[in-house]
Design a protein around this ligand. Structure first.
Ligand SMILES: Nc1nc2c(ncn2[C@@H]2O[C@H](COP(=O)(O)OP(=O)(O)OP(=O)(O)O)[C@@H](O)[C@H]2O)c(=O)[nH]1
Ligand SMILES: [Mg+2]
Length: 218
């Protein structure tokens, strides 16, 4: 897939204020500072798109980005131009927030994830440098209970040896295996090295096609 354009659209405090759900949507979530905004920028090939920062807790709203793409091999004038949304969600597990802020975050995220009708898939980002963290496992288990479809995206793979990354990915999947019958798809990524970009875009394209098919079939 070729990204033709990616533009920031709007930041919403609540899912009811989000843009009209008229196209496929993909959300990025994970611990604060895990690299959500960086991964979105890497996928869109625009490092200025989503605000990144060294200080966690920067993103506090539901941030929509408007994406136009073309399937591989299609001419720019081709009619199979696709429109979809990417969403940058605020991170969880930021130590310096109050209990009430945390509750507010939880409510906002739950409402968004469970009610956003055009949400096709959530990418849960996991820092590939660490062994499985309870916070991340709790979050994916919660998604399971809510029946929200998701994939895992392991981030910052450039910061560790390949061996260490593989070990951590395997450990996370093994931890999930204890309670999950089927494991989610996973991507190993580096925003720095553009690792995982093609695979993630291919996956999104396949989901977009499926969504279009479902729509045509009424
Ligand atoms: N080396 C390396 N650094 C990364 C990568 N992805 C993100 N970072 C760095 O990690 C820090 C946090 O990245 P962000 O993309 O802002 O993380 P975030 O998850 O959006 O953070 P919040 O919005 O605050 O929750 C920044 O300093 C990034 O430059 C990566 O793949 N490799
Ligand atoms: Mg961010």
């Amino acid at each position: 897939m070729i990204i033709q354009s990616a533009t920031y659209l709007i930041s919403s405090p609540d899912y009811t204020k989000c843009p009209k759900p008229d196209r496929p949507e993909y959300a990025f979530i994970g611990r604060s500072n895990v690299g959500k905004s960086s991964l979105i920028n890497m996928l869109c090939d625009n490092h200025k798109l989503a605000k990144t920062s060294g200080s966690p807790g920067k993103t506090q709203l539901i941030n929509h980005f408007d994406i136009k793409s073309l399937p591989d091999g299609e001419s720019p004038s081709g009619s199979r131009n696709e429109a979809w949304y990417l969403v940058d969600l605020p991170g969880y597990g930021f130590a310096k927030v109050s209990q009430s802020q945390r509750k507010q975050w939880e409510k906002m995220i739950e409402n968004y994830l469970r009610n956003r009708e055009n949400l096709i898939n959530v990418f849960v980002l996991i820092d590939s440098r660490h062994s499985p963290q309870k916070l991340d496992l709790d979050f994916v288990n919660q998604l399971g209970e809510w029946e929200v479809p998701f994939c895992l995206a392991f981030t910052k793979a450039d910061k560790e040896t390949q061996k260490e990354v593989s070990k951590n990915v395997k450990a996370f999947l093994d931890a999930m295996r204890k309670t999950w019958q089927f494991l989610p798809r996973n991507f190993v990524t580096s925003a720095e090295k553009k690792m995982g970009r093609d695979k993630m875009l291919q996956f999104i394209e396949a989901c977009n096609n499926e969504a279009a098919q479902a729509k045509n079939n009424g």
